[in-house]
Design a protein around this ligand. Structure first.
Ligand code: ADP
Ligand code: MG
Length: 386
C-alpha cells in the first residue's frame, strides 16, 4: 500500500510539476457468490479486496480537469463545462465520466474548481476484480470531498455506475461500486439489488484459518458480450413466461411450475438465477450462524449451476475448480460474468502452496496457458489516505 501511494505522489509530481492536495484510494472487489443475479434484481455477496487504486489530486485555479495514469501515456484534459457522455473516450472516460455523473446527481458543475488527477493502481485490469469500479470510486470520493458535495456512499456508488453505463457504455449493475465503497475489513457486502439495501457481513476467514485464492485463467472469450446479452434475454423471457417483473420474484418452490411453462434452455437459465439467489441467502445465514467453514458446499453448488444450467463456464475454469476441490479447498467456483476470467477457491492457509503447484501442473498437462494465482483479503472500502 505504501508503495502505491508513493507511486501516485511521484506520478502526480512528474505529470503536473507541483504537489498534490491529497490522496484517495478505492479497492477492487471479488464476488464470493451471487452470479448473474444483479440484473435480475436479486442478491450478491462481493467483498472489497486488498488491492487498491490510489489517486493523487490537486486543485487548480481554473475549470479544467486533467487526468493522467501510469497505465496510459495520454494525459486527458477537458473544461468542466464541456463534460458530456459522448465527448469522453478511452480510459479517461472512467474518471471524467464520474465528474460528469456527479453533475447528474446534483453537483453544480458551474461552481466547482478544476482538478489534476493522477491514477496509480495495483488492481489487475480485466481480471474480473473490477479495476473499473476502483478508479470510479476513488475519483468519486475525492471529488465529493474537494467539491464539498456531501453525497453519501450509496449515492457515490450510483454515480460510478452511471459513469460506467452512460459514458463508458458498459451495461453493468451496482455491485462493483457498492463493494468498493461500502466494503469493510474481513467482511463482505450483502447487497439486495432491488432495494439497494446493503449489509456488512463478517467473513471470519483469518480466524478460521482460511484464505481466498484467485485463479485468473487469463482467458477472455470473444463471445462474452454476446453470451451476456443472450443470458439477459433468457432471464427476461423466463420472467415473462412466469408473469413476474423479474426473476427475483420467484423462489425454488416456483421451479416445478417454471419447468412446465417454458422451453428447457430457458428453464435452466431461470433455475440458475433462482437457486443462486437462495445460495446467497444461505451463505449469509451460514456465515452468521456457523462461520466460513460452512459455506464450501454452497460455492461448489454455485459453480455446478453456472456450468450446467447457465452454461457460462469454460474448460479452464472447470479445471481450476476441480483441482482446487481435490487439493484441499473447502469450496470453489468461477466468479464474474463467465466465458473466461477467474475462479476462486476458499482454502486452508496451509494448503495454498500445494494447491498453486497442483494448478500449475494441471494447466500444463492440459496445454492451457499458465494461470495467475494469488490470495486476497477482505479490505476496507474507499478512503482518504493522505
Ligand atoms: P475490470 O474487470 O478490471 O473492471 P473493465 O474492462 O471493466 O475491467 O475496466 C478496465 C478499464 O478501466 C481499463 O481498460 C481502463 O480503461 C480503466 N482502468 C482501470 N484501471 C486503470 C488505471 N490504473 N489507469 C487508467 N485506467 C484504468
Ligand atoms: Mg469493470
Amino acid at each position: 500500500m505504501t508503495d502505491i501511494r508513493d507511486d501516485a505522489t511521484t506520478g502526480f509530481r512528474e505529470a503536473y510539476g507541483y504537489e498534490p492536495t491529497g490522496l484517495w484510494s478505492a479497492p477492487g472487489r471479488v464476488n464470493l457468490i451471487g452470479e448473474h443475479t444483479d440484473y435480475n434484481l436479486g442478491f450478491v455477496l462481493p467483498f472489497a479486496i486488498n488491492r487498491r487504486t490510489v489517486i493523487a489530486l490537486g486543485i487548480r485555479d481554473d475549470t479544467v480537469i486533467r487526468v493522467a495514469s501510469e497505465y496510459a501515456d495520454e494525459v486527458g484534459a477537458i473544461d468542466i463545462a464541456e463534460l458530456s457522455p459522448n465527448r469522453l473516450r478511452g480510459w479517461a472516460a472512467y474518471p471524467l465520466g464520474v465528474a460528469w455523473a456527479l453533475g447528474q446527481f446534483g453537483a453544480d458543475l458551474g461552481a466547482v474548481p478544476g482538478v489534476d488527477i493522477y491514477v496509480a493502481s495495483v488492481v489487475p485490469v480485466g481480471a474480473g476484480l473490477s479495476s473499473s469500479a476502483a478508479i470510479e470510486s476513488s475519483v468519486a470520493i475525492a471529488l465529493n470531498e474537494v467539491w464539498l458535495l456531501g453525497l453519501d456512499r450509496p449515492t457515490l456508488a450510483k454515480v460510478g455506475q452511471l459513469a460506467e453505463n452512460k459514458v463508458v457504455g458498459a451495461p453493468t449493475g451496482i455491485m462493483d461500486q457498492s463493494a468498493s465503497l461500502l466494503g469493510r475489513r474481513d467482511s463482505a457486502v450483502f447487497l439486495d439489488c432491488r432495494s439497494l439495501e446493503a449489509q456488512v457481513v463478517e467473513l471470519g476467514f483469518a480466524e478460521a484459518g482460511l484464505e481466498l485464492l484467485i485463479i485468473d485463467t487469463g482467458v477472455s472469450h470473444s463471445h462474452a458480450t454476446g453470451g451476456y446479452a443472450a443470458r439477459r434475454a433468457s432471464c427476461e423471457a423466463g420472467a415473462v413466461a412466469m408473469g413476474v417483473a423479474s426473476l427475483r420474484d420467484l423462489t425454488v418452490d416456483d421451479l416445478p411450475l417454471a419447468r412446465a411453462s417454458m422451453d428447457d434452455e430457458t428453464f435452466r437459465r431461470v433455475r440458475h438465477v433462482v437457486t443462486e439467489n437462495q445460495r446467497v441467502l444461505d451463505t449469509v445465514a451460514a456465515l452468521r450462524s456457523s462461520g466460513p467453514l460452512a459455506i464450501g458446499e454452497l460455492l461448489d453448488a454455485s459453480h455446478r449451476s453456472m456450468r450446467d444450467d447457465f452454461e457460462i463456464s469454460v474448460a479452464e475454469l472447470d479445471l481450476a475448480v476441480e483441482i482446487a476441490q481435490s487439493n484441499g479447498a473447502i469450496g470453489a467456483r468461477m466468479t464474474g460474468g463467465g466465458f473466461g476470467g477467474a475462479a476462486i477457491a476458499l482454502v486452508p492457509s496451509g494448503d495454498i502452496s500445494r494447491l498453486q503447484v497442483a494448478i500449475d501442473g494441471g494447466f500444463a498437462e492440459h496445454a492451457f496457458r499458465q494461470p495467475t494465482t494469488f490470495t486476497v483479503n477482505a479490505a476496507d472500502g474507499a478512503s482518504r489516505d493522505r
